[in-house]
Write a protein that binds this ligand. Structure first.
Ligand SMILES: Cc1cc2nc3c(=O)[nH]c(=O)nc-3n(C[C@H](O)[C@H](O)[C@H](O)COP(=O)(O)OP(=O)(O)OC[C@H]3O[C@@H](n4cnc5c(N)ncnc54)[C@H](O)[C@@H]3O)c2cc1C
Length: 618
């Protein structure tokens, strides 16, 4: 066995997106030595792709806003499956975290009187998203990265963590390999923060980059931590549908926030037909009212007009577009038209520069002159590692999680803009939680040499074989299985089939063969990523099977209504000696003073799903 590069720190943060950077900055500020480990280059994490903005009740544009309304919107958006305490902390602390980013150098778009500008987004009652054109994530990453690097974080780029080790049930360290050389690294530590993002690469059509293979969720699961809400996977309504090579790339909700209109091939503005009855009163009644809202929004003025129907929640808009296409009213490439070309071209280019260039360069479409063609794309994982809200602690001592890899904050469906704020609110809390834990722990836990050797042998096993399938073949089969059986609309038979097919895929993944060297070998990397994607896929399918209702992002054609009993539980995934187990666990009890914030309508009334098609998902 080659000599092992070894590092020792108080806290290891896995992932250098918004959550990981914010956690690392906080742990370091608490006096801990911190290593920040990431699969790609610093600055390239998924957060950099975030476009539309960061949600915070700053009340700069709509003075009526406040944390209470943000809290209520988040709970309603999540169909009340969110952990109330996370939604509360998030709504209360997001404004301070945005101001902190500004203090650290982030330059947000401004109101005419020089304050941070805020835009509208689906499901948010007021204009709430602080933004930098449609490049908000880039500004956020740049700011956090500068702050972290100057604070002296020890950054390890292009290193993939494959295993966590424990000592007497407590976190003791992690094994990683360097992507450039294929050499292994051992991290000894007292606490680990998982901030590895989502799982989109289990699906073929996705807005997610190659890094999103569910590594953090799988690392936590294999270490004995609980995962929750894995059935809730968000399909963003607007991804590119053409040309094929760019299918799935995100078209920001900012387009609809700026007044983008959705139409079908018959030129019908169809979203009015899909508004849930319980929330119809929140939206413009007709074209005229929607136009007045957009005009006031452009001018930065207050209005009594209600927002356009395109600003319904993501799950609802995704189902609407899917249904239009299914029923034969789709565009030539199987989507809907999203039109912002009626606005002055200079405004479109100023507010949506990335969208303008994205469509011009990738699809030869000038969005200031023509509508875009858009359709649903796998986007965001609401489920993940179960954490304690105040500290980000997972259910394994010494393990913490934040950002998209964690769960509880968004319940059954995330509102746009609530992820970037989640990253900084709970990144900070997880960093502090991990630091306090590490300081209190004292002596360093031990890592078993035999476990390290076993992990390295397992990692190298695809090179040892002289025949077998390519990991790419198994990945393609996984994408096919998840897209066909565990997509936007789900039924019992498909979900059962998925679980059976996943068993077969696990056996195939265990026997894949890779050739070449360990230097930048993407086939070898995929061989490992496959294991993680299979774990999260199984968790999604098994949790979806048990949730016999339609709620938030989870739509069952065989159970189209909500089930009040299931509205009281999270699906909890754990590892047992005999395999994966999913059990319903009760939701935490919301205190009376928070319950009182909701008006007389019972919470479940807000959950009525949108219109469902007659057929099944494909
Ligand atoms: C195109 C797009 C636009 C979006 N726009 C918005 C928006 O406007 N507003 C909003 O609120 N949300 C938006 N989102 C969602 C939001 O960007 C993400 O949910 C969020 O950035 C996730 O941040 P994170 O810190 O959890 O993870 P990420 O930013 O994805 O970072 C994950 C990190 O983990 C590392 N990593 C992963 N696995 C390993 C491993 N095994 N070992 C080592 N490192 C690992 C990666 O290299 C990376 O550094 C958007 C998402 C997309 C895809």
């Amino acid at each position: 066995m080659e000599p092992l590069e070894t590092h020792e720190h108080d806290v290891i943060v896995i992932g250098a997106g918004g959550a990981g950077l914010r956690a690392a900055i906080e742990a370091s500020a608490h006096g801990c030595t911190v290593a920040l480990v990431c699969k790609s280059l610093l600055g390239k994490a998924h957060t950099v792709m975030a476009e539309g903005g960061i949600a915070a009740a700053l009340a700069h544009v709509d003075p009526q806003d406040g944390w209470q309304t943000h809290f209520k919107d988040t709970m309603k958006g999540g169909s009340f499956l969110n952990h109330w305490r996370m939604a509360q902390l998030h709504a209360q602390e997001a404004p301070d975290r945005v101001r902190e980013l500004e203090e650290w150098g982030a330059l947000f778009d401004r109101t005419p009187d020089g304050r941070i500008l805020q835009r509208a987004f689906g499901g948010h009652t007021w204009k709430r998203l602080a933004h930098v054109g449609d490049r908000t994530g880039l500004e956020m990453i740049r700011t956090l990265q500068d702050r972290g690097v100057h604070q002296g974080l020890d950054v390890h780029m292009e290193c993939t963590v494959t295993k966590l080790f424990t000592d007497g049930g407590r976190i003791a360290g992690a094994l990683a390999y360097r992507r450039d050389s294929g050499r292994f690294m051992l991290f000894r530590c007292r606490a680990v923060v998982i901030a590895t993002g989502g799982v989109g690469k289990a699906y073929k059509v996705t807005s997610n980059s190659w890094e999103y293979t569910g590594d953090g969720q799988s690392l936590a699961y294999e270490t004995g931590a609980e995962l929750i809400d894995m059935e809730f996977l968000q399909f963003h309504p607007t991804g590119m549908v053409w040309p094929p090579g760019v299918m799935g790339i995100l078209v920001t909700e900012g387009v609809r926030g700026e007044g983008g209109i959705l139409r079908n091939s018959q030129n019908e503005r169809f979203m009015w037909r899909y508004l849930p009855e319980a929330r119809r009163h929140e939206y413009a009644a007709d074209e005229d009212e929607a136009r007045r809202w957009v005009e006031a929004s452009v001018e930065g003025q207050q209005t009594d007009a209600r927002r356009p129907p395109e600003l319904s929640t993501r799950d609802n808009v995704a189902r609407a577009i899917y249904t239009e296409v299914r029923e034969g009213r789709g565009t030539p490439h199987g989507g809907a038209y999203l039109d912002i070309s009626y606005m002055p071209a200079e405004r479109v280019i100023k507010k949506l520069p990335s969208m303008y260039h994205q469509f011009m360069e990738l699809a030869d479409v000038d969005i200031t002159q023509q509508p875009m063609e858009v359709g649903p794309t796998t986007h965001y994982m609401m489920g993940g590692v179960r954490v304690e809200p105040d500290t980000g602690a997972a259910t394994v001592p010494g393990l913490f999680a934040a950002g998209e890899a964690s769960a509880g904050m968004h319940g059954a469906n995330r509102l746009g803009g609530n992820s970037l704020s989640d990253l900084v609110v709970f990144g900070r809390r997880a960093g502090a939680g991990a630091a306090r834990y590490a300081i209190e722990l004292g002596g360093a836990p031990a890592i078993s040499d035999a476990e390290v050797d076993a992990e390295i042998r397992d990692l190298l096993s695809p090179f040892e074989r002289s025949s077998g399938e390519s990991p790419y073949q198994v990945h393609a089969a996984l994408n096919e299985c998840m897209g066909k059986n565990v997509g936007i609309f789900r039924v019992h038979e498909d979900l059962e089939l998925a679980v059976r097919e996943l068993e077969g895929l696990k056996a195939r993944a265990a026997k894949v063969w890779v050739t070449g060297s360990r230097v930048y070998n993407p086939g070898w990397h995929l061989a490992r990523d496959l294991r993680n994607m299979l774990i999260v896929s199984e968790a999604i399918a098994r949790s979806a099977l048990l949730r016999k209702e339609s709620r938030g992002a989870h739509s069952r054609l065989d159970y189209t209504g909500v089930d009040e009993a299931l509205g009281q539980v999270n699906m909890c995934v754990t590892r047992t000696a005999t395999g994966m187990r999913v059990t319903p666990t009760p939701l935490p009890h919301m205190p009376a003073e928070l319950k009182a914030l909701f008006d007389s309508a019972p919470p479940v009334a807000a959950q009525a799903a949108g219109t469902q098609p007659a057929g099944k998902s494909s």
